[in-house]
Design a protein around this ligand. Structure first.
Ligand code: NDP
Length: 449
Protein backbone atom coordinates (compact mmCIF):
# COMPACT_ATOMS: atom_id res chain seq x y z
CA UNK A 1 0.00 0.00 0.00
CA UNK A 2 1.13 3.52 -0.68
CA UNK A 3 0.30 5.31 2.56
CA UNK A 4 2.87 6.38 5.09
CA UNK A 5 2.25 5.07 8.59
CA UNK A 6 3.77 6.95 11.55
CA UNK A 7 7.08 5.32 12.60
CA UNK A 8 5.64 4.29 15.96
CA UNK A 9 3.28 1.81 14.28
CA UNK A 10 5.28 1.07 11.10
CA UNK A 11 7.18 -1.72 12.82
CA UNK A 12 3.99 -3.33 14.00
CA UNK A 13 2.63 -3.25 10.45
CA UNK A 14 5.80 -4.78 9.01
CA UNK A 15 5.67 -7.56 11.54
CA UNK A 16 2.02 -8.27 10.64
CA UNK A 17 2.99 -8.54 6.96
CA UNK A 18 5.93 -10.82 7.80
CA UNK A 19 3.85 -13.13 10.00
CA UNK A 20 0.89 -13.26 7.59
CA UNK A 21 2.39 -13.52 4.10
CA UNK A 22 0.25 -13.34 0.95
CA UNK A 23 -2.82 -11.98 2.76
CA UNK A 24 -3.14 -8.65 0.95
CA UNK A 25 -6.64 -7.76 2.11
CA UNK A 26 -5.70 -8.41 5.74
CA UNK A 27 -2.60 -6.20 5.40
CA UNK A 28 -4.76 -3.44 3.87
CA UNK A 29 -7.31 -3.58 6.69
CA UNK A 30 -4.60 -3.53 9.37
CA UNK A 31 -2.79 -0.63 7.74
CA UNK A 32 -5.93 1.44 7.53
CA UNK A 33 -6.51 1.07 11.26
CA UNK A 34 -2.87 1.59 12.24
CA UNK A 35 -2.70 4.83 10.23
CA UNK A 36 -5.12 6.33 12.75
CA UNK A 37 -3.59 5.10 15.99
CA UNK A 38 -0.38 7.11 16.47
CA UNK A 39 -2.16 9.86 18.49
CA UNK A 40 -3.79 7.20 20.70
CA UNK A 41 -0.43 5.61 21.50
CA UNK A 42 1.02 9.02 22.26
CA UNK A 43 -1.70 9.54 24.89
CA UNK A 44 -1.71 5.95 26.21
CA UNK A 45 1.85 4.62 26.59
CA UNK A 46 0.44 1.53 28.34
CA UNK A 47 -0.89 0.24 25.00
CA UNK A 48 2.67 0.23 23.63
CA UNK A 49 4.09 -1.34 26.76
CA UNK A 50 1.47 -4.10 26.83
CA UNK A 51 1.64 -4.64 23.06
CA UNK A 52 -2.09 -4.11 22.77
CA UNK A 53 -2.04 -3.47 19.01
CA UNK A 54 0.20 -6.48 18.35
CA UNK A 55 -2.20 -8.67 20.37
CA UNK A 56 -5.25 -7.31 18.53
CA UNK A 57 -3.59 -8.12 15.19
CA UNK A 58 -3.16 -11.77 16.19
CA UNK A 59 -6.43 -13.75 16.13
CA UNK A 60 -7.25 -15.56 19.37
CA UNK A 61 -8.02 -18.70 17.37
CA UNK A 62 -8.13 -19.72 13.68
CA UNK A 63 -9.97 -22.80 12.51
CA UNK A 64 -9.52 -24.25 9.01
CA UNK A 65 -11.34 -27.41 8.06
CA UNK A 66 -12.30 -29.79 5.25
CA UNK A 67 -15.90 -29.69 4.03
CA UNK A 68 -16.71 -32.79 1.96
CA UNK A 69 -20.16 -33.11 0.35
CA UNK A 70 -21.88 -34.80 -2.57
CA UNK A 71 -23.38 -32.89 -5.50
CA UNK A 72 -26.60 -33.80 -7.33
CA UNK A 73 -24.71 -36.04 -9.76
CA UNK A 74 -23.29 -38.05 -6.89
CA UNK A 75 -19.81 -36.61 -7.32
CA UNK A 76 -17.78 -35.86 -4.19
CA UNK A 77 -16.85 -32.19 -3.75
CA UNK A 78 -14.34 -30.81 -1.28
CA UNK A 79 -14.31 -27.23 -0.03
CA UNK A 80 -12.38 -25.47 2.67
CA UNK A 81 -14.09 -23.95 5.72
CA UNK A 82 -12.77 -21.13 7.92
CA UNK A 83 -13.64 -19.51 11.22
CA UNK A 84 -11.34 -16.86 12.64
CA UNK A 85 -12.18 -16.05 16.25
CA UNK A 86 -10.38 -12.75 16.41
CA UNK A 87 -11.18 -10.99 19.65
CA UNK A 88 -13.47 -11.71 22.60
CA UNK A 89 -12.64 -8.71 24.81
CA UNK A 90 -16.16 -7.30 24.53
CA UNK A 91 -18.28 -10.43 24.19
CA UNK A 92 -18.68 -13.68 22.26
CA UNK A 93 -17.08 -13.72 18.80
CA UNK A 94 -19.62 -12.27 16.39
CA UNK A 95 -19.43 -11.95 12.62
CA UNK A 96 -20.80 -13.45 9.43
CA UNK A 97 -20.01 -16.40 7.21
CA UNK A 98 -19.14 -15.76 3.55
CA UNK A 99 -19.60 -18.42 0.88
CA UNK A 100 -17.81 -17.26 -2.27
CA UNK A 101 -15.10 -18.83 -4.48
CA UNK A 102 -12.71 -15.95 -3.63
CA UNK A 103 -12.69 -16.83 0.10
CA UNK A 104 -9.31 -17.72 1.59
CA UNK A 105 -7.70 -17.06 4.96
CA UNK A 106 -6.64 -13.49 4.05
CA UNK A 107 -10.21 -12.44 3.22
CA UNK A 108 -11.60 -13.99 6.40
CA UNK A 109 -8.92 -12.29 8.48
CA UNK A 110 -9.52 -8.87 6.92
CA UNK A 111 -13.23 -9.22 7.59
CA UNK A 112 -12.67 -10.52 11.12
CA UNK A 113 -10.23 -7.74 11.94
CA UNK A 114 -12.67 -5.05 10.72
CA UNK A 115 -15.41 -6.76 12.68
CA UNK A 116 -13.61 -6.22 16.02
CA UNK A 117 -13.79 -2.44 15.69
CA UNK A 118 -17.19 -2.39 14.02
CA UNK A 119 -18.71 -4.39 16.84
CA UNK A 120 -17.02 -2.15 19.40
CA UNK A 121 -18.49 0.91 17.69
CA UNK A 122 -22.03 -0.39 18.14
CA UNK A 123 -21.56 -0.08 21.91
CA UNK A 124 -22.92 -3.62 22.32
CA UNK A 125 -21.36 -6.63 24.11
CA UNK A 126 -19.98 -8.48 21.07
CA UNK A 127 -16.46 -9.56 20.13
CA UNK A 128 -15.17 -9.96 16.58
CA UNK A 129 -14.94 -12.98 14.29
CA UNK A 130 -15.62 -14.04 10.73
CA UNK A 131 -15.80 -17.23 8.71
CA UNK A 132 -16.80 -18.81 5.46
CA UNK A 133 -15.84 -21.10 2.66
CA UNK A 134 -14.67 -21.09 -0.94
CA UNK A 135 -17.96 -22.86 -1.78
CA UNK A 136 -19.91 -21.10 -4.57
CA UNK A 137 -23.68 -21.36 -4.01
CA UNK A 138 -24.36 -19.82 -7.45
CA UNK A 139 -25.95 -22.37 -9.77
CA UNK A 140 -26.26 -24.98 -7.00
CA UNK A 141 -29.62 -26.58 -6.21
CA UNK A 142 -31.26 -26.13 -2.79
CA UNK A 143 -30.40 -29.76 -2.01
CA UNK A 144 -26.72 -29.18 -2.79
CA UNK A 145 -26.62 -26.02 -0.66
CA UNK A 146 -28.26 -27.96 2.18
CA UNK A 147 -25.76 -30.82 1.99
CA UNK A 148 -22.88 -28.36 1.93
CA UNK A 149 -24.25 -26.42 4.93
CA UNK A 150 -24.79 -29.64 6.88
CA UNK A 151 -21.23 -30.77 6.27
CA UNK A 152 -19.87 -27.31 7.12
CA UNK A 153 -21.77 -27.23 10.43
CA UNK A 154 -20.81 -30.81 11.28
CA UNK A 155 -17.31 -29.50 11.88
CA UNK A 156 -18.03 -25.95 12.98
CA UNK A 157 -20.65 -26.69 15.65
CA UNK A 158 -18.04 -27.67 18.28
CA UNK A 159 -16.59 -24.15 18.19
CA UNK A 160 -19.91 -22.29 18.48
CA UNK A 161 -22.32 -21.40 21.27
CA UNK A 162 -24.46 -18.45 22.28
CA UNK A 163 -21.80 -17.40 24.80
CA UNK A 164 -18.83 -18.42 22.66
CA UNK A 165 -19.17 -17.67 18.96
CA UNK A 166 -22.27 -16.54 17.10
CA UNK A 167 -22.06 -16.49 13.27
CA UNK A 168 -24.46 -14.73 10.89
CA UNK A 169 -24.77 -14.31 7.11
CA UNK A 170 -22.59 -12.39 4.67
CA UNK A 171 -22.03 -12.69 0.91
CA UNK A 172 -23.60 -15.94 -0.29
CA UNK A 173 -25.15 -16.73 3.09
CA UNK A 174 -28.75 -15.60 3.50
CA UNK A 175 -31.87 -16.89 5.23
CA UNK A 176 -31.78 -20.21 3.33
CA UNK A 177 -28.22 -21.04 4.40
CA UNK A 178 -28.74 -19.88 8.00
CA UNK A 179 -31.77 -22.21 8.14
CA UNK A 180 -29.78 -25.25 7.02
CA UNK A 181 -26.89 -24.37 9.34
CA UNK A 182 -29.22 -23.92 12.34
CA UNK A 183 -31.05 -27.17 11.58
CA UNK A 184 -27.79 -29.11 11.60
CA UNK A 185 -26.53 -27.41 14.78
CA UNK A 186 -29.78 -28.29 16.56
CA UNK A 187 -29.64 -31.87 15.35
CA UNK A 188 -26.05 -32.47 16.44
CA UNK A 189 -26.24 -30.73 19.81
CA UNK A 190 -29.83 -31.62 20.68
CA UNK A 191 -30.30 -28.03 21.83
CA UNK A 192 -32.66 -25.37 20.55
CA UNK A 193 -30.09 -22.65 21.11
CA UNK A 194 -31.60 -19.69 19.24
CA UNK A 195 -28.76 -17.35 20.15
CA UNK A 196 -26.10 -19.40 18.36
CA UNK A 197 -26.80 -17.92 14.92
CA UNK A 198 -28.38 -14.64 13.82
CA UNK A 199 -30.26 -13.85 10.64
CA UNK A 200 -32.78 -16.60 11.43
CA UNK A 201 -36.26 -16.82 9.89
CA UNK A 202 -38.93 -14.75 11.60
CA UNK A 203 -40.98 -17.80 12.58
CA UNK A 204 -38.07 -19.51 14.39
CA UNK A 205 -36.22 -16.91 16.42
CA UNK A 206 -35.22 -14.30 13.86
CA UNK A 207 -35.54 -10.57 14.47
CA UNK A 208 -37.56 -8.12 12.45
CA UNK A 209 -35.38 -5.63 10.56
CA UNK A 210 -32.33 -7.94 10.53
CA UNK A 211 -32.73 -8.53 6.78
CA UNK A 212 -33.01 -4.81 6.13
CA UNK A 213 -30.56 -3.66 8.80
CA UNK A 214 -27.25 -3.24 6.97
CA UNK A 215 -28.72 -1.40 3.98
CA UNK A 216 -31.01 0.71 6.17
CA UNK A 217 -28.12 1.43 8.53
CA UNK A 218 -25.73 2.55 5.76
CA UNK A 219 -28.44 4.90 4.51
CA UNK A 220 -29.12 6.27 7.99
CA UNK A 221 -25.38 6.85 8.27
CA UNK A 222 -25.36 8.75 4.95
CA UNK A 223 -28.22 10.81 6.30
CA UNK A 224 -26.29 11.55 9.53
CA UNK A 225 -23.27 12.72 7.55
CA UNK A 226 -25.43 15.01 5.44
CA UNK A 227 -27.23 16.38 8.49
CA UNK A 228 -23.83 17.19 10.04
CA UNK A 229 -23.18 19.27 6.93
CA UNK A 230 -26.50 21.04 7.11
CA UNK A 231 -28.24 19.14 4.33
CA UNK A 232 -30.19 15.89 3.78
CA UNK A 233 -30.97 12.99 1.45
CA UNK A 234 -34.24 14.58 0.35
CA UNK A 235 -34.20 15.21 -3.40
CA UNK A 236 -30.71 13.68 -3.80
CA UNK A 237 -29.62 11.26 -6.51
CA UNK A 238 -28.11 8.04 -5.14
CA UNK A 239 -26.10 5.23 -6.72
CA UNK A 240 -25.79 1.87 -4.94
CA UNK A 241 -23.42 -0.87 -6.06
CA UNK A 242 -24.35 -4.54 -5.77
CA UNK A 243 -27.90 -5.86 -5.73
CA UNK A 244 -27.70 -8.28 -2.83
CA UNK A 245 -28.93 -8.04 0.73
CA UNK A 246 -27.21 -4.78 1.65
CA UNK A 247 -27.85 -3.04 -1.68
CA UNK A 248 -31.56 -3.80 -1.92
CA UNK A 249 -32.38 -2.33 1.47
CA UNK A 250 -30.15 0.69 0.91
CA UNK A 251 -32.26 1.31 -2.21
CA UNK A 252 -35.43 0.98 -0.14
CA UNK A 253 -34.41 3.27 2.72
CA UNK A 254 -32.86 5.94 0.47
CA UNK A 255 -36.10 6.04 -1.52
CA UNK A 256 -38.16 6.28 1.69
CA UNK A 257 -35.99 9.22 2.79
CA UNK A 258 -36.83 11.13 -0.37
CA UNK A 259 -33.85 10.32 -2.60
CA UNK A 260 -33.95 8.82 -6.09
CA UNK A 261 -31.78 5.73 -6.51
CA UNK A 262 -30.80 5.70 -10.18
CA UNK A 263 -28.46 2.72 -10.47
CA UNK A 264 -27.29 -0.56 -8.92
CA UNK A 265 -25.05 -3.38 -10.14
CA UNK A 266 -24.10 -7.03 -10.00
CA UNK A 267 -20.98 -8.79 -11.20
CA UNK A 268 -22.29 -8.71 -14.78
CA UNK A 269 -22.82 -4.93 -15.06
CA UNK A 270 -25.31 -2.33 -13.90
CA UNK A 271 -28.81 -0.97 -14.52
CA UNK A 272 -29.54 2.71 -14.68
CA UNK A 273 -32.91 4.47 -14.63
CA UNK A 274 -33.11 8.22 -14.07
CA UNK A 275 -36.72 7.83 -12.92
CA UNK A 276 -35.58 5.68 -9.99
CA UNK A 277 -35.24 1.92 -9.58
CA UNK A 278 -38.33 -0.18 -8.98
CA UNK A 279 -37.59 -1.96 -5.69
CA UNK A 280 -40.39 -4.53 -5.97
CA UNK A 281 -39.13 -5.77 -9.35
CA UNK A 282 -35.55 -5.74 -8.09
CA UNK A 283 -36.55 -7.85 -5.08
CA UNK A 284 -38.44 -10.30 -7.21
CA UNK A 285 -35.57 -10.72 -9.65
CA UNK A 286 -32.84 -10.93 -7.00
CA UNK A 287 -34.45 -12.39 -3.87
CA UNK A 288 -37.12 -14.65 -5.32
CA UNK A 289 -35.77 -15.76 -8.71
CA UNK A 290 -32.05 -15.39 -7.84
CA UNK A 291 -31.78 -13.81 -11.32
CA UNK A 292 -29.54 -11.23 -12.99
CA UNK A 293 -29.92 -7.50 -13.58
CA UNK A 294 -30.40 -8.21 -17.28
CA UNK A 295 -33.72 -9.77 -16.20
CA UNK A 296 -34.61 -6.53 -14.40
CA UNK A 297 -33.86 -4.45 -17.52
CA UNK A 298 -36.08 -6.74 -19.59
CA UNK A 299 -38.99 -6.13 -17.22
CA UNK A 300 -38.63 -2.39 -16.58
CA UNK A 301 -38.74 -0.52 -19.85
CA UNK A 302 -37.29 2.77 -18.59
CA UNK A 303 -34.15 0.96 -17.33
CA UNK A 304 -30.98 0.43 -19.35
CA UNK A 305 -28.50 -2.39 -18.67
CA UNK A 306 -24.81 -1.70 -19.19
CA UNK A 307 -22.82 -4.91 -19.43
CA UNK A 308 -19.44 -4.97 -17.71
CA UNK A 309 -19.25 -1.19 -17.06
CA UNK A 310 -18.59 0.64 -13.79
CA UNK A 311 -21.65 1.79 -11.90
CA UNK A 312 -19.53 4.70 -10.60
CA UNK A 313 -19.80 6.31 -14.07
CA UNK A 314 -23.39 7.21 -13.20
CA UNK A 315 -23.57 10.76 -11.73
CA UNK A 316 -24.94 10.99 -8.18
CA UNK A 317 -24.85 13.10 -5.02
CA UNK A 318 -24.49 10.11 -2.71
CA UNK A 319 -22.75 6.76 -3.32
CA UNK A 320 -23.46 3.67 -1.24
CA UNK A 321 -20.95 0.97 -2.32
CA UNK A 322 -22.56 -2.31 -1.22
CA UNK A 323 -20.99 -5.10 -3.29
CA UNK A 324 -17.48 -6.17 -2.28
CA UNK A 325 -13.97 -5.16 -1.17
CA UNK A 326 -11.88 -2.84 -3.37
CA UNK A 327 -14.69 -2.27 -5.87
CA UNK A 328 -14.16 1.52 -5.91
CA UNK A 329 -10.68 2.66 -6.99
CA UNK A 330 -9.05 6.08 -7.37
CA UNK A 331 -10.33 6.57 -10.94
CA UNK A 332 -13.88 5.77 -9.91
CA UNK A 333 -13.55 8.09 -6.90
CA UNK A 334 -12.29 10.92 -9.12
CA UNK A 335 -15.24 10.40 -11.49
CA UNK A 336 -17.69 10.46 -8.59
CA UNK A 337 -16.20 13.70 -7.25
CA UNK A 338 -16.19 15.30 -10.72
CA UNK A 339 -19.85 14.34 -11.15
CA UNK A 340 -20.85 16.09 -7.91
CA UNK A 341 -20.81 13.29 -5.33
CA UNK A 342 -20.79 14.85 -1.83
CA UNK A 343 -21.07 11.76 0.38
CA UNK A 344 -20.00 8.10 0.36
CA UNK A 345 -21.41 5.65 2.88
CA UNK A 346 -19.82 2.20 2.71
CA UNK A 347 -22.47 -0.54 2.88
CA UNK A 348 -19.87 -3.18 1.99
CA UNK A 349 -16.68 -4.01 3.89
CA UNK A 350 -13.66 -2.03 2.61
CA UNK A 351 -15.18 -1.32 -0.85
CA UNK A 352 -12.95 1.75 -1.36
CA UNK A 353 -9.26 1.27 -2.05
CA UNK A 354 -6.80 3.38 0.00
CA UNK A 355 -6.18 5.45 -3.13
CA UNK A 356 -9.92 6.12 -3.54
CA UNK A 357 -10.07 7.18 0.09
CA UNK A 358 -7.25 9.66 -0.55
CA UNK A 359 -9.24 11.17 -3.43
CA UNK A 360 -12.32 11.61 -1.23
CA UNK A 361 -10.23 13.12 1.57
CA UNK A 362 -8.62 15.58 -0.81
CA UNK A 363 -12.01 16.57 -2.24
CA UNK A 364 -13.62 16.98 1.19
CA UNK A 365 -16.28 14.36 0.39
CA UNK A 366 -18.13 13.15 3.48
CA UNK A 367 -16.97 9.56 3.95
CA UNK A 368 -18.42 6.87 6.20
CA UNK A 369 -16.09 3.85 6.44
CA UNK A 370 -17.71 0.40 6.38
CA UNK A 371 -16.84 -0.45 9.96
CA UNK A 372 -19.10 2.42 11.03
CA UNK A 373 -21.57 2.80 8.17
CA UNK A 374 -22.47 -0.88 7.79
CA UNK A 375 -22.49 -1.70 11.51
CA UNK A 376 -26.30 -1.63 11.55
CA UNK A 377 -26.34 -5.27 10.45
CA UNK A 378 -24.35 -6.64 13.32
CA UNK A 379 -26.03 -4.25 15.76
CA UNK A 380 -29.40 -5.69 14.78
CA UNK A 381 -27.91 -9.17 15.15
CA UNK A 382 -27.07 -8.18 18.72
CA UNK A 383 -30.70 -7.09 19.11
CA UNK A 384 -31.71 -10.52 17.79
CA UNK A 385 -29.52 -12.10 20.50
CA UNK A 386 -31.22 -9.90 23.13
CA UNK A 387 -34.65 -11.04 21.96
CA UNK A 388 -33.54 -14.69 21.93
CA UNK A 389 -32.12 -14.40 25.46
CA UNK A 390 -35.36 -12.94 26.80
CA UNK A 391 -37.59 -15.14 24.57
CA UNK A 392 -39.13 -11.96 23.24
CA UNK A 393 -40.02 -10.62 19.81
CA UNK A 394 -40.12 -6.92 19.04
CA UNK A 395 -42.14 -5.07 16.41
CA UNK A 396 -40.65 -3.77 13.17
CA UNK A 397 -41.17 -0.17 14.26
CA UNK A 398 -39.51 -0.62 17.64
CA UNK A 399 -36.51 -2.42 16.15
CA UNK A 400 -36.08 0.12 13.35
CA UNK A 401 -36.18 2.97 15.86
CA UNK A 402 -33.43 1.21 17.85
CA UNK A 403 -31.38 0.78 14.66
CA UNK A 404 -31.74 4.43 13.72
CA UNK A 405 -30.63 5.50 17.19
CA UNK A 406 -27.66 3.11 17.07
CA UNK A 407 -26.52 4.56 13.72
CA UNK A 408 -26.89 8.07 15.14
CA UNK A 409 -24.75 7.08 18.14
CA UNK A 410 -22.09 5.41 15.98
CA UNK A 411 -21.80 8.54 13.87
CA UNK A 412 -21.53 10.64 17.02
CA UNK A 413 -18.83 8.35 18.52
CA UNK A 414 -16.76 8.57 15.32
CA UNK A 415 -17.16 12.35 15.04
CA UNK A 416 -16.27 12.89 18.73
CA UNK A 417 -13.18 10.66 18.59
CA UNK A 418 -11.99 12.41 15.42
CA UNK A 419 -12.42 15.77 17.13
CA UNK A 420 -10.77 14.63 20.37
CA UNK A 421 -7.68 13.26 18.60
CA UNK A 422 -7.15 16.25 16.31
CA UNK A 423 -8.70 15.17 13.00
CA UNK A 424 -12.16 16.79 13.07
CA UNK A 425 -14.55 15.51 10.39
CA UNK A 426 -12.36 12.50 9.55
CA UNK A 427 -14.76 9.63 10.27
CA UNK A 428 -12.20 7.03 9.15
CA UNK A 429 -9.81 8.08 11.90
CA UNK A 430 -12.72 8.56 14.32
CA UNK A 431 -14.09 5.04 13.70
CA UNK A 432 -10.68 3.43 14.11
CA UNK A 433 -9.87 5.33 17.28
CA UNK A 434 -13.28 4.93 18.95
CA UNK A 435 -13.40 1.21 18.08
CA UNK A 436 -9.82 0.56 19.14
CA UNK A 437 -9.99 2.37 22.47
CA UNK A 438 -13.11 0.47 23.56
CA UNK A 439 -11.48 -2.88 22.79
CA UNK A 440 -8.11 -1.85 24.24
CA UNK A 441 -9.67 -0.74 27.55
CA UNK A 442 -11.42 -4.09 27.95
CA UNK A 443 -8.26 -6.03 27.08
CA UNK A 444 -6.33 -3.93 29.57
CA UNK A 445 -8.88 -4.79 32.28
CA UNK A 446 -8.62 -8.52 31.52
CA UNK A 447 -4.85 -8.71 32.01
CA UNK A 448 -2.44 -10.42 29.63
CA UNK A 449 -4.74 -12.76 27.69
P1 NDP B 1 -24.90 -10.61 -1.23
O1 NDP B 1 -24.27 -11.89 -1.57
O2 NDP B 1 -26.34 -10.59 -0.83
O3 NDP B 1 -24.74 -9.57 -2.44
C1 NDP B 1 -23.51 -9.20 -2.97
C2 NDP B 1 -23.80 -8.36 -4.19
O4 NDP B 1 -22.59 -7.78 -4.66
C3 NDP B 1 -24.38 -9.17 -5.35
O5 NDP B 1 -25.27 -8.35 -6.07
C4 NDP B 1 -23.14 -9.47 -6.19
O6 NDP B 1 -23.39 -9.70 -7.56
C5 NDP B 1 -22.40 -8.17 -6.02
N1 NDP B 1 -20.99 -8.33 -6.31
C6 NDP B 1 -20.13 -9.19 -5.73
N2 NDP B 1 -18.93 -9.04 -6.27
C7 NDP B 1 -19.05 -8.05 -7.19
C8 NDP B 1 -18.16 -7.41 -8.07
N3 NDP B 1 -16.88 -7.79 -8.11
N4 NDP B 1 -18.63 -6.42 -8.87
C9 NDP B 1 -19.93 -6.04 -8.82
N5 NDP B 1 -20.82 -6.62 -8.01
C10 NDP B 1 -20.37 -7.61 -7.21
O7 NDP B 1 -23.99 -9.95 -0.08
P2 NDP B 1 -24.35 -8.83 0.97
O8 NDP B 1 -25.25 -7.83 0.35
O9 NDP B 1 -24.76 -9.49 2.23
O10 NDP B 1 -22.92 -8.18 1.25
C11 NDP B 1 -22.37 -7.14 0.44
C12 NDP B 1 -21.22 -6.48 1.18
O11 NDP B 1 -21.70 -5.97 2.43
C13 NDP B 1 -20.05 -7.40 1.55
O12 NDP B 1 -18.87 -6.62 1.55
C14 NDP B 1 -20.38 -7.80 2.98
O13 NDP B 1 -19.24 -8.21 3.69
C15 NDP B 1 -20.92 -6.48 3.50
N6 NDP B 1 -21.74 -6.59 4.71
C16 NDP B 1 -22.88 -7.35 4.72
C17 NDP B 1 -23.66 -7.40 5.85
C18 NDP B 1 -24.97 -8.11 5.87
O14 NDP B 1 -25.70 -7.96 6.87
N7 NDP B 1 -25.36 -8.83 4.84
C19 NDP B 1 -23.24 -6.73 7.12
C20 NDP B 1 -22.10 -5.88 6.96
C21 NDP B 1 -21.37 -5.85 5.80
P3 NDP B 1 -23.43 -11.22 -8.12
O15 NDP B 1 -24.72 -11.75 -7.62
O16 NDP B 1 -23.36 -11.04 -9.58
O17 NDP B 1 -22.23 -11.92 -7.55
Amino acid sequence: MTHVVAPVVENIYEEVVRRNPAEGEFHQAVREVLESLAPVLARHPEYTELKTIERICEPERQIIFRVPWTDDRGEVQINRGFRVEFNSALGPYKGGLRFHPSVYLGIVKFLGFEQIFKNALTGMPIGGGKGGSDFDPKGRSDAEVMRFCQSFMTELYRHLGEHTDVPAGDVGVGAREIGYLFGQYKRITNRYESGVLTGKGLTWGGARVRTEATGYGATFFASEMLTARGTSLEGRTVVVSGSGNVALYAVEKATQLGATVVACSDSGGYVVDEAGLDLRVLQEVKEVQRGRLTDYAERVRSARHVAGGSVWDVPCHVAIPSATQNELDADAAARLVRNGCIAVSEGANMPSTPEALAVFRQAGTAFGPGKAANAGGVATSALEMQQNASRDSWTFEHTETRLEQIMHDIHARCAEAAEEYGTPGDLVAGANIAGFTRVAEAMHAHGLV
